[in-house]
Design a protein around this ligand. Sequence first.
Ligand code: TXA
Ligand code: MG
Length: 350
Amino acid sequence: MIVLKVDPLNPELDVIKRAAKVIREGGLVAFPTETVYGLGANAFDPIAATKVFKAKRRPMDNPLIVHIADMEQLYDVAKDVPDEILDLCQRVWPGPLTLVLKKAEGVPLETTGGLNTVAVRMPAHPVALQLIRESGVPIGAPSANLAGRPSPTLAEHVIQDLGDSVDVILDGGETFFGVESTIINATVSPPVLLRPGPLTVEELRQLVGEIVIPKELLEGSEFKEALAPGMKYRHYAPNKRLYIARRTEEFVPTLEVLRKRMKVAALCSEETCREVHDPKIILGTRENLYSVARNLFKSFRLLDQLDVDVGLMEPFPERGVGLAIMNRARKASGNSVISLEEAERFAKDQ
Ligand code: TXA
Ligand code: MG
């Protein structure tokens, strides 16, 4: 494995060319995007795509996202793109939106996990865009973490998880949004939200009008059936158990009750963190939930390094990017939302 530093805004061409050569030769390159780091391979090469699954220990039926650098490339990977969706792409890309579309013949089933649809996005990151351009092929890439672990927002997370199973890691510093792209299924009308992300439902509605939000993605619902293939697997999880407080007002009292019985790290907003003792991890400010999104996965990884039994996270409103934050948090916690009353009962039983 080689780690190459790269300027995120003005990527050095020689560095990008070196990484692009690895992609063309069927190797694996981890690279920054505006959301999280991706683990990339030539999307047209079934053997290279298979290597991605092996490196991540990812189930073969959980497809990759195909990353493109310009609109012409869209037609190399997808077909029958509806007009309103084309219009959406033109307005949002490059940006954190992934569209599930009908697959073009050239994309092997290894890349799409056996599906006849393909997930496509044009990332808004100079390193990712240049890498795709210099490679001359679309790049299939899931997040560059081990399956089930929090997605990487720093090159060191990729090194920790994947190490020598990657050929090159392009280290472009911390990623911008910190949660993965919004995914919508655009093969149906109206489109269906498959994964909430940095491009919010509110913004999508303004762009395309109606969009269906499955109830599984909303507050408190259990995940019964997987919406996208990747959603049935436990995700984003720290090794330590994570709980989410049921209500914002209950966070501090719940923390106090649990702390009578065990060592608990508080994961909370800057505002709430002022009221609690260490160990605590500041997630960001309630005034701007994008700051929380940005620190979320890093905080899950940090939790594992603290000398605590469990983590307790403050809940955030499920509006705007808050929907993505809570979606990832619920998955990371295995849906362990705890009320003050449950915490009190638990503390008594111990
Ligand atoms: O922001 C992102 O989307 C990052 C960066 C690297 O671009 N990528 C990413 O990929 O997060 P990841 O690890 O989430 O994997 C791709 C996701 C999976 O959840 C998969 O189920 C979904 O995309 N997906 C891919 N192809 C699909 C398809 N044909 N139909 C439905 N879902 C699909
Ligand atoms: Mg992932």
